[in-house]
Design a protein around this ligand. Sequence first.
Ligand SMILES: [Fe+2]
Ligand SMILES: [Fe+2]
Length: 296
Amino acid sequence: MATVPRQHITQKKIAEHVQRLGEHYPPIPLDSVDRTIKRPGLVARKFGHVIDYLARVELEVDRNVLELLVLLPDVDETNKTFYADVWQPQEIQHGLILDRLQQDLGRAAAKPHLEVSFPIKILGALANLRPIQDIAKLMYFLTGASTERQAVIAYNKINQGMRELGETAISETIITPIKQQEPGHFAFYQMSATAMIQDKVLKPWQLFLTRVMREKSYHLVGTNQMKQYQADMGGVMADLGLDHDLAGYAREIGRVETRLLWAHKQGMEFPPYILKALRESVDLYRERLQRGLKFA
Ligand SMILES: [Fe+2]
Ligand SMILES: [Fe+2]
């Protein structure tokens, strides 16, 4: 049984949230960026890999939109406005700005992975059946909440690091404006998933299936269930110092689904599959390091 959150989330509230995001946070223009970098070599050494990873993930937003259209063939107005008018235009700018930053640091341009994966296509084919579509929708919102939370944490950490390095232009004109846009994305997914549980859209068997599918398919932001990207993500966690407390990180990025899907498991701090995914990533990265390669 799911817990009943204190505040009822109505569809109207979600629609208003989307509208506010659109009004308050226009996409960040490329020419608003101050491209001053005091010590490019040092920035590249400390954060090159992280910027590389984030640039790729942000640029993959176009694939995420395709996935959404595959998974939610009957997408409603609010979701459409969110992805078409708010989310995609914001994320693509994040990607372009970070991609240019890494090239300013003397690194190669990002290579986004733009092909929709086979499991998504299968789920998409099944999503034409109404009961499956509702499951796909909840999975989509939970994935969004978890990945946006990972983005919020990564940008907070990287911003702190840039400030410590005295790279004020990067911090103030790149990372800060980007990081201000991520919590609104997180809130959208969080509210949308919460509303589905509150409104009891899913029957117990559908919730059961959602849990099983989360267990089988959970993956960290940008890993696309591919080993190479999982190892890259392990490197991001190491570079941002997130690998010291994986349980704490699992709690942060799993909070929404712990509350919505696993409330009946008393005392569960986070779903075990989240910690497993984090461990796998860090292990793959360490194995790669042992082979003497930092990047694939
Ligand atoms: Fe972003
Ligand atoms: Fe985002």
